[in-house]
Design a protein around this ligand. Sequence first.
Ligand SMILES: *Cc1c(COP(=O)(O)O)cnc(C)c1O
Length: 414
Amino acid sequence: MNHLHRRDGRLFLEGASLEDLARRYGTPLYVYSRAALDEAYQAYEQALAGLPHLICYAVKANSSLAILQHFARLGAGFDIVSGGELARVLAAGGSAGKVVFSGVGKTAEEMRMALEADIRCFNVESESELERLNRIAAELGVRAPVSFRVNPDVDPKTHPYISTGLKQNKFGVAIGQASALYRRAAAMPNVEIHGVDCHIGSQLTDLSPIADAIDRVLVLVDELRSAGIRLRHVDIGGGVGIRYQDEPPPDMATYRKILQDRFKGRDEAIIVEPGRSLVGAAGILLTRVEYIKAGEDRNFVIVDAAMNDLMRPALYDAFHDIVPVSESQAVPVACDVVGPVCETGDFIGLGRHLAVEEGALLAVLAAGAYGMSMSSNYNSRPRAAEVIVNGNEIHLVHERETVSGMMAGERLIY
Ligand SMILES: *Cc1c(COP(=O)(O)O)cnc(C)c1O
C-alpha cells in the first residue's frame, strides 16, 4: 500500500496533511510513515521466515533515535559503523546483544566501548584490526566475537560510490585470504570466531549479484567446516534497492527464494543488514518554494531545502521524484529544483516539469534513507526537523536545530 495519497488535490502521508505539517513545524521537514517502516520490516521477516535469522537495521541509513527505537520494538538488531551509532542504539533501547559492528577503521576506543557493551559480533575487515581487537579484549579480560568481512569480488552493478564488494574497494579481506585469517584468529586467546560477513554494495536492483556473493561465501563456510572451524552465522550484508525513478522494484519474492534455496537445511543463522530498503520509501522531505527565477536557458525553482539537507543528488547524482503538495493551476514549466547553497552541485532535481508557484510546497519522495543522516550544517544552515506519522498521530521526533545549538561547542580566541 502507498501511504502517500491525495485528498481533494492535497497530499497526505497516512492521516497527516503535509500542508498542516509544514505550517506546524516549518520547512525543510523530514516526514516518515510508521506503517511504511513496518511493512518494509515485515517484508524481510517474510523473506527469512522459517530460517534462523536476525535483521540488523543499518543505522547509518537513518540514525534518528525514534527510528531506532521503533525498529528495536519490532525486534530488530542493528548494524553499526561507529561508537556514536552504538551510543544511539543503546539510547534508543536497542539491545547490544543484537548489534554487529562493521567498518574498516574501528578505533581502540570504539572497540573498548563495544566490548564493554557486549555486542553480538565485530565484522573484522583486516588482519591489523584483528590483532588490535585481540589485544583490547585481552586488556578487558574478555573474548571478542568476530566475523570476517570477506570481499567476494562480485560486481553489484550499482553506483561506483556505493559498490563495496570488488577487489579494488577498501572493504573486507579477499575471500581467497580468508581461511588463513580464520586460522590465525582460531589461535588467538581473546577472540572467538562467530561467523562470516559480506556486503557488496547498496541500491542493488538486480538480485543476482547477491545470490553469487552468498554462493561464494557458502563455499568458504564449508571449507572452514572441513578444516574444523564452525561458523554460527552468515551475515549477507545490506538489503535490496528501492525505487527512486523507474528502476524495477526489488522483487522480495525472488529475494526470498534466493535465501530459502541457499540456507534451507543449513544450521548457520542468517544476519542481514538492510538500511535503505527499511526507511527509504517511508520518508519524504518537505520543502517550500522561495523563488522562481526564469533563467536564459531554463527556469530555476529555488527551494528552502538544499544539499546540506539531502546530499544524495549532489553526491551521487541521485534521482528523487519531486511532486507538488497541492495541485496548482499554474502551467507546468521545465525547471531545475535547486537549493540556496553556494554550489552549482546544490540541486534537488534537474530537468523537471512542475506546476508550481512561489510559496508552494514540494514533497521530495523516497528521502527516508541517507537523507537526514547525511545532513550537515554547510552554509551554516541548521538541520531540519523530523516527524513520524502514525495514522492520525503526529510525533515530532527531532526538533529543528537552532542557530545557537549549531554554534554550541565553538569558542572564540579573542
Ligand atoms: C551501508 C551498509 C549497509 C546497508 O546497506 P543498504 O544498501 O542501505 O541496505 C549494510 N552493511 C554495511 C556494512 C554497510 O556499510
